[in-house]
Design a protein around this ligand. Structure first.
Ligand code: PBG
Length: 324
């Protein structure tokens, strides 16, 4: 069928037709909202490069949780700024650490809200790397034990799901093992399976105060040039017991999301990261783009590429728009 018998415009005539044949949808229930938690009381600290996002003290979390729930966003992912950092990231798995306390507060005040935790050490190490340093690099196998302890401490505090983002080899199996040994066999792991050494994390590192103090993360995060390697990384995590596979960042890696979706039958998540958020906010503030429309189109493109779940700083804004 070709023109003039076939006219694609027939089905674009008005919004009724357009919505009838729409292939991809955004839903608040598919969004996860990141929260930054810090010590202190009554604090809502602005993050300069992420307008609209705040570092919150624990007493502010309940209010945030209620707002998410009212908007239909049923899941948050937590990042913590500890009181003190050290070489071995002891704050990451402290019984009364910042995240452990935040989980308890959220579970207390908003029991139905899904609490996901980021399992990584970079916010807790004084050198800012995602594991412990032996010699001049992050030591993979020594880090595994600390990551596993951290994931277990999150589970014990009441987390609903853990999300390891460190990119150490073998960490999913290590975490699955310790969870199962401690009767958390029903607690799922959302693995940052394919995480690139990206420059789009800049604003997050300001927000979470976790820039590496020397070198960079290229010896553990993936080379942005590689896509076949992404399949191998994902396959390993599936074999180690991941329940959800994540790709990060999102927009610059839509091809990777799409390949994972075709290759694997696990749910696929995408992290629309801080730099991706900041760029849209900045251009919108300057009046160069329509921020709301670009947000919607961007999140839709991530879904269209194949993401079932999107972690995004836009979660509340998007959910608000979806209610209109
Ligand atoms: C921890 C972690 C990072 C992000 C999520 N978890 C920073 C990093 O890997 O350097 C980035 C998220 C974002 O940019 O929004 N390792």
């Amino acid at each position: 069928m070709v023109f003039p018998e076939y006219r694609p415009r027939r089905l674009r005539k008005n919004e009724s037709f357009r919505s009838l044949v729409r292939e991809t949808h955004l839903n608040a229930s598919q969004l996860i909202y990141p929260l930054f938690v810090m010590p202190g009381k009554n604090i809502r600290e602005k993050i300069a490069s992420m307008p609209g996002i705040f570092r919150l003290s624990i007493d502010q979390l309940a209010r945030e949780a209620k707002e998410c729930q009212t908007l239909g966003v049923n899941a948050v992912i937590l990042f913590g700024l500890p009181e003190k950092k050290d070489a071995m990231a002891s704050g990451a798995h402290a019984k009364n650490g910042i995240i452990q306390k935040a989980i308890k507060e959220l579970k207390n005040k908003a029991p139905d809200l899904m609490v996901v935790t980021d399992v990584c050490l970079c916010e807790y190490t004084d050198h800012g790397h995602c594991g412990c340093i032996i010699g001049s690099d992050v030591d993979n196998d020594a880090t595994l034990e600390i990551l596993a302890k951290t994931a277990l401490s999150h589970a014990q505090a009441g987390a609903d799901m853990v999300a390891p983002s460190d990119m150490m080899d073998g960490r999913v199996a290590e975490i699955r093992g310790i969870l199962d040994e401690n009767n958390f066999e029903t607690l799922p792991i959302m693995s940052y399976a394919v995480k690139y050494a990206s420059s789009f994390y800049g604003p997050f590192r300001e927000a979470a105060d976790c820039s590496p103090q020397f070198g960079d993360r290229r010896s553990y995060q993936m080379d942005p040039a590689n896509s076949r390697e992404a399949m191998r990384e994902a396959m390993l995590d599936v074999e180690e017991g991941a329940d959800i596979l994540m790709v990060k960042p999102a927009v610059a890696y839509l091809d990777i999301i799409s390949k994972l979706k075709e290759e694997f039958d696990l749910p696929i998540a995408a992290y629309h990261v801080s730099g991706e958020y900041a760029m849209i906010k900045a251009a919108a503030e300057k009046g160069w783009i329509d921020g709301e429309k670009v947000m919607r189109e961007t999140l839709l493109s991530i879904r269209r590429a194949g993401a079932d779940i999107i972690i995004t700083y836009f979660a509340k804004d998007m959910a608000k728009l979806l209610r209109e």
